[in-house]
Design a protein around this ligand. Structure first.
Ligand code: BGC
Length: 805
């Protein structure tokens, strides 16, 4: 695939990259006109947009499921020719050739003939309106086009990468951020984003772990729903709402060995309990669309998989929206080996339930012949077209097809949007370590005695674009991190040294960094990956600091100056040396537009970190895939002593490594604060539950009804105010299928003043105790239930009770 797209900004960067094909580079002229010529005229038929609302909405489920579209869909369908129907199922990318031997397409003729249903990566507003005018005014049936783009973590106002957004554990922040993204993207005419990525990811080698919400299905579901609500707003047909697309359905995150696009084998039990729930949550929240994945799932590629696309999605979940393929994933059925040619690929994909072909052109090239030969029934084409039309009706495109070209003037970088980007960034930081400085206090927040700092490392100026030729093109709206520091400490007290590039570096650079470190009271070391080392097609076999950064780290630490390490990355990095020798480490991910102010405020204590890990942070790459909600083996190890060989049978023949702990460096759910919290015992309001009763509730549709109350008292034992993210975990033993050693079932953010205590109460609904059992259905089974209220997935006191038959 040609576009490793993360944000609109990275799309622009990508188009300048020599790796990309000629047609992509040609599109630059369109993009440049978008960047430099703000559209001035208002298109006729455009609907005025309200100003952005950052209020959290109650969801937009009515949009896609509304039965009021049914008659219109049917009547339009009746008037369509087969060619027009197939046209609705075809999507191309900006400038992409449309068939073998053809040159770059400008699509106008095809649109006029009704041969295209959607376009992606067209981001020039006048061109969007021009194409739309052809569809609406020149095509026989006047069906509007749908314009899509990867708007992943903001459009112009960039929020933290999704992994960072999830680390806030705050769905309302994610919803508000997605609302801003929708507001900005829709201002240029984009009404469909290929987001959220809701793939569960257990392996940090997989680059796309950066694009999701980590390893947990409960948190992943909460985040999935939040994105959908944010993008789609209270009304999907509002001009500032965009259709969401939950991707990649399904199992893509389980790519073997963490290598992108690789095969996956996932049992139904694991699929149902871990990989499917975030998709289900997105569907329940009303997502208008889903994207089928690249990966082969249990031998059948996800883009031709009738079990997931028909049985699960349409029959079990009653999804009424549109399923689009991933980029060329229909054409890729040929190299997957389940289709001998493009025609077979098109047949398998459409029959399995993929409605729209993104970029492979197989539907355009083959569907008509497949229908003529009877290999694909006309009824299946009709169904796919219904799904496309439903989304277009729900977006209000038939009533308001054009974008108001004056909107873009006032849509980007609004003060509220920037403020929100800063808040989300601050909440996304995870304080991994904060040990005492020489004066006995933790190093962070920085003490008033710190009068000068050395800012060292390749990621300080612009983590979003560290090697960018012109960083100001992205950062123009925000103060950089060094500039923020200079504002606070005075420019003469901030010493800047790059020290090394991400992958490059010289001895001279390292020694200038050491000189800068020696001049300052304290060092802020910004190390990690560049953003293009995570995301699509960016898997890594090594998870340490790339290039010469480890050498730089050791040289700077050896000066004896106190060091705060700020890690920028799209995944956890295995840096055990740093965790041992550096007193303070902050995981900053990629914080977005407001990185500078958010970091400065955090370091100076104006913001107290409260982010928590949404993945298990490995010690060594050899531990991957690593996730807290694993099953126990028959031979769980006790405490592992790596200093001597496991010579006796008791410690040797257990599930362990000879040369590494089983435990992560930091567990899922972990994150520090500038204050400290203590947890009282976990208590439950019942001594037993009854499976039969709970199952009756599930069958009667009241699975959400609370059946158990769990509480614990949490206290702020430090000297600062802080927010603690309190987590609820359960374990079920004695069940027909083995269940994880712990599973997250709730979380709450609690604000506590110094010395303050609060009782934190969780209500547990019946469906939180249901498992995918040996009869292949969800049910509550008799079991021993253990519950914990804890600050992370590896600690806390437990309470037990029985679930009786
Ligand atoms: C990615 C998708 C993305 C699509 C369109 C594909 O390569 O896997 O996540 O939405 O390209 O850019």
């Amino acid at each position: 695939m040609w576009f490793p797209v993360r944000t609109a900004q990275s799309l622009l960067a990508n188009l300048f990259n020599s790796r990309f094909s000629a047609w992509a580079r040609k599109s630059c002229s369109l993009l440049l006109s978008f960047l430099f010529i703000l559209p001035a005229n208002t298109a006729a038929g455009a609907q005025a947009a309200p100003s952005p609302s950052h209020e959290v909405t109650v969801g937009s489920a009515a949009g896609i499921n509304d039965s009021k579209f049914d008659d219109r869909i049917e009547s339009l369908l009746r008037s369509m020719t087969l060619e027009e129907k197939i046209g609705q199922l075809v999507q191309y990318s900006a400038g992409q050739p449309t068939g073998p031997g053809t040159g770059l397409a400008d699509y106008k003729e095809m649109i006029a003939r009704g041969q295209i249903g959607a376009l992606l990566n067209v981001i020039d507003t006048p061109l969007i309106n021009e194409y739309q005018r052809i569809a609406v005014e020149k095509s026989r049936l006047h069906i509007p086009l749908l314009f899509g783009l990867d708007v992943i973590h903001g459009f112009r106002t960039e929020f933290p990468i999704p992994l960072g957004m999830a680390s806030t554990w705050d769905p309302s922040l994610v919803e508000r951020a997605s609302r801003v993204a929708a507001f900005e993207a829709s201002a240029i005419g984009i009404r469909w984003t290929f987001s959220p990525m809701v793939d569960i990811a257990r392996d940090a080698r997989w680059g796309r772990i950066a694009e999701g919400a980590g390893e947990d299905p409960y948190l992943g579901s909460a985040m999935a729903a939040a994105y959908v609500r944010g993008y789609q707003g209270a009304r999907l047909d509002s001009p500032d709402s965009i259709a969401a697309c939950a991707k990649h359905f399904v199992g893509y995150g389980a790519a073997e060995a963490g290598r992108d696009y690789n095969t996956t084998e996932i049992s139904q039990h694991t699929l149902r309990e871990f990989y499917l729930p975030p998709f289900h949550a997105a569907v329940e929240a009303g997502t208008a669309t889903l994207m089928s994945a690249f990966n082969s799932l249990n031998g059948i590629p996800s883009s031709a998989n009738p079990f997931t696309l028909k049985q699960v999605l349409r029959e079990d979940w009653r999804f009424k929206g549109l399923v689009v393929s991933d980029w060329s994933s229909i054409g890729e059925l040929v190299p997957h080996g389940i289709a001998i040619d493009g025609a077979a690929a098109a047949r398998k994909a459409i029959l399995a339930g993929v409605d729209m072909d993104m970029a492979s052109s197989e539907y355009h090239d083959h569907l008509a012949a497949l229908v003529a030969s009877g290999e694909v029934p006309q009824t299946r084409i009709d169904d796919a077209v219904r799904h496309v039309l439903r989304v277009k009706y729900a977006l209000g495109l038939f009533e308001h097809p054009y974008v108001d070209e004056s909107r873009a003037k006032e849509a980007f970088f609004l003060p509220d949007s920037l403020q929100l980007a800063q808040t989300v960034a601050e909440h996304s930081f995870v304080l991994l370590k904060n040990a005492a400085s020489p004066n006995g206090n933790p190093l962070l927040p920085l003490s008033k005695d710190v009068k000068s700092v050395a800012v060292i490392g390749p990621l300080a100026d612009n983590p979003s674009d560290p090697e960018g030729a012109n960083p100001s093109a992205v950062k123009s709206e925000a103060l950089s991190f060094p500039a923020e520091l200079a504002r606070r400490l005075g420019a003469n007290n901030v010493f800047r040294a790059k020290g090394a590039g991400i992958l490059s570096g010289t001895d001279e650079e390292i020694s200038s960094a050491v000189t800068a470190a020696k001049r300052a009271d304290l060092v802020l070391l910004t190390l990690g990956e560049s953003p293009d080392m995570s995301g699509e097609a960016a898997s890594r076999a090594k998870l340490g600091l790339p290039g010469r950064q480890q050498q730089l780290l050791e040289a700077v630490v050896s000066t004896g100056k106190p060091v705060v390490l700020i890690l920028f990355s799209g995944r956890p990095l295995t840096v055990p040396w740093a965790f041992e020798h550096v007193p303070a480490v902050l995981a900053a991910w990629f914080p977005g537009t407001e990185a500078g102010p958010a970091l400065a405020r955090t370091l100076f204590g104006e913001s107290n970190p409260s982010g928590k890990l949404v993945l298990s942070w490995p010690r060594s790459v050899g531990q991957e895939p690593l996730y807290y909600n694993a099953l126990s083996t028959g031979r769980p190890p006790g405490k592992i002593d790596l200093t001597r060989p496991p010579s006796d049978t008791e410690s040797k023949y257990v599930s362990r490594y000879l040369d590494e702990q089983n435990t992560p460096q930091f567990p899922f759910g972990y994150g520090g604060s500038y204050t400290s919290f203590s947890y009282g015992p976990t208590s439950v309001n019942k001594t037993k539950l009854t499976a039969a009763e709970l199952n009756q509730g599930l069958a009667g549709g009241s699975g959400q009804t609370d059946v158990l109350t769990v509480d614990a008292t949490v206290s702020n034992t430090g000297s600062r105010s802080g927010e603690e993210l309190v987590q609820l975990y359960v374990r079920l033993e004695g069940t027909s299928t083995a269940q994880p050693v712990r599973a997250l079932k709730g979380f709450q953010r609690v604000a506590l003043a110094p010395g303050e205590s609060k009782k934190v109460t969780f209500q547990v609904p019946a469906d939180a105790l249901a498992i995918w059992n040996d009869h292949n259905r969800f049910a509550v089974e008799p079991a021993r239930l253990t519950v914990w209220i804890s600050p992370d997935s590896a600690s806390g006191s437990e309470a037990k009770l029985d679930i009786l038959p």
